[in-house]
Design a protein around this ligand. Structure first.
Ligand SMILES: Nc1ncnc2c1ncn2[C@@H]1O[C@H](COP(=O)(O)OP(=O)(O)OP(=O)(O)O)[C@@H](O)[C@H]1O
Ligand SMILES: [Mg+2]
Length: 441
């Protein structure tokens, strides 16, 4: 048993993620006398070191000897190599994946079987970055804009594959690597397209396992996948929903101690809305709605295409920008904390007009709190009655720091005097009327 590096949960086996909190797990990958180190593959790739291992084999760093270029070499488990079905599928899937041509899809340089038939290999672009699982574990909660940026690129990569009739089948944070590229941060590469199909179970096998190998990663599988039904692109969209849910909560929507229990939950259990799981993180409801739609049990209820999801994410971004939602740039935990601090001052607020001086004052307050100032000039402020700050409520944060009913009153010191004067006049009129009536009688 290993303990999760993040939450301490006792983990059975060596899964890539903690079944409790979803944090990426790394294990001692020292292989001691790995006989492949130093070996020349296909007369071209010199294996230098082990990068890591997954269910189907190991990934090595290698050198393309003529191009002097660093590459990643995936070597399939030797137990798979003797199976002619696996070898045929490997060649078919590797060929299909090598035809993908998109900046967010990993580039495959070549693949093959070694002459003596003892190993199946695939050479690909070496990606130096952090997989999304690690990013979620180390930096959660991520800012909304960052989530939208990463997920949008995953959608683009999926669209490239789906257009080529490739279903990824093993979409999970470990297969999404993020890195900084020129001026762009969080540039995404999606790895392992179609590779899971190589060990796809035949009808003679249980849906989840084959030769002791878990096919795909149960926690990220779609209901149709765990039941062994035919898959289309919408299965990947369910997996995408799990990943999005994980970014919004830091947790998996369906977790249990065994793969079969996880699978059962995937088929029958409705996921708890992210805002209930993490009420202390404030994400826009639009984003939560996208995650829950992706997690629909019936594939017809999900989005039809990856680009439809991308459109929904873009629309979400547009709306948040339009209402100058501070959650775009702020970590939702910090935002929620600030909201809590300021919410009592917002009681009864409706719409607050902010002038330049107030805006500057608010921006200074944001800066001194180490936050990026919101650019809003007019902030609609619905009554903050929700337990969890929602985006409609979030502008109140800006409003509360800029102009609140309290300081609005402070800017109008004569206001209460005017009310008193009106009451005195009204009383005087009534008294005069009564006196008049008495005198008249
Ligand atoms: N092209 C690559 N460049 C750099 N590192 C890579 C590349 N492909 C895979 N890796 C790394 O190698 C390790 C093993 O990857 P592998 O795909 O075998 O397993 P996995 O994706 O973690 O799990 P699974 O076998 O269930 O897919 C991972 O840490 C992964 O980040
Ligand atoms: Mg992988």
């Amino acid at each position: 048993m290993n303990a999760c590096t993040k939450c301490g949960h006792q983990i059975e086996g060596r899964p890539n993620f903690c079944p409790n909190c979803g944090a990426s797990q790394t294990y001692d990958r020292s292989v001691g006398d790995d006989h492949l180190i130093g070996r020349l593959i296909d007369g071209t790739y010199r294996i230098e070191s082990l990068v890591g291992q997954g269910a189907m084999g190991r990934v090595y760093q290698a050198q393309h000897t003529t191009l002097r270029k660093k590459v990643a070499l995936k070597i399939l488990r030797s137990s798979l190599v003797g199976d002619t079905t696996v070898v045929k599928r490997f060649e078919r899937e590797a060929l299909a994946a090598s035809r993908l041509n998109h900046a967010n899809c990993i580039t495959i340089y070549g693949f093959g079987t070694e002459e003596d038939g003892d190993l199946l290999w695939m050479a690909m672009e070496f990606v130096q970055g952090r997989d999304l699982g690690l990013l979620i574990a180390e930096e959660s909660p991520l800012e909304t804009r960052r989530i939208l940026h990463i997920m949008g690129q995953v959608c683009e990569a999926l669209d490239e594959a789906h257009s080529a009739k490739i279903v990824h089948r093993d979409l999970k944070p470990a297969n999404i690597v993020c890195f900084d590229h020129r001026r762009s941060s969080d540039f995404v590469k999606v790895l392992d397209f179609g590779i899971a199909k190589i060990i796809d179970p035949d009808e003679n096998y249980q849906p989840l396992t084959r030769d002791g190998i878990v096919c795909g990663t149960p926690a990220y599988m779609s209901p149709e996948q765990v039941q062994g039904f035919e898959l289309d692109n919408r299965s990947d969209l369910f997996s995408l929903g799990i990943i999005l849910y994980q970014t919004l909560t830091g947790q998996l929507p369906f977790f249990a101690d065994s793969a079969v229990e996880v699978a059962t939950k995937i088929v029958i259990e409705q996921p708890a809305p992210p805002s209930q799981v993490r009420p202390d993180w404030s994400y826009p409801p639009e984003l939560e709605a996208i995650a829950l739609k992706l997690l629909s049990k019936k594939k017809e209820d999900r989005y039809a295409h990856a680009l439809d999801v991308k459109d929904a994410l873009d629309e979400c971004l547009r709306r948040l920008e339009d209402r100058h939602d501070p959650s775009l740039e702020m970590r939702p935990d910090e935002l929620a904390e600030l909201m809590q601090d300021s919410s009592p001052r917002l009681e009864g607020a409706s719409t607050v007009r902010i002038d330049d001086a107030e805006l500057r004052q608010a921006q200074a307050a944001f800066r001194s709190a180490g936050k990026k100032p919101p650019p809003a000039m007019t902030v609609p402020t619905p009554t903050p009655t929700h337990a969890r700050p929602t985006p409609q409520v979030q502008p109140q944060l800006a409003a509360s720091l800029m102009s609140t009913p309290t300081n609005a009153r402070r800017q109008d010191p004569g206001g209460s005097n005017r009310v008193t004067a009106i009451i005195v006049i009204a009383l005087a009129v009534v008294a005069a009327a009564i006196v008049g009536l008495i005198a008249f009688n």
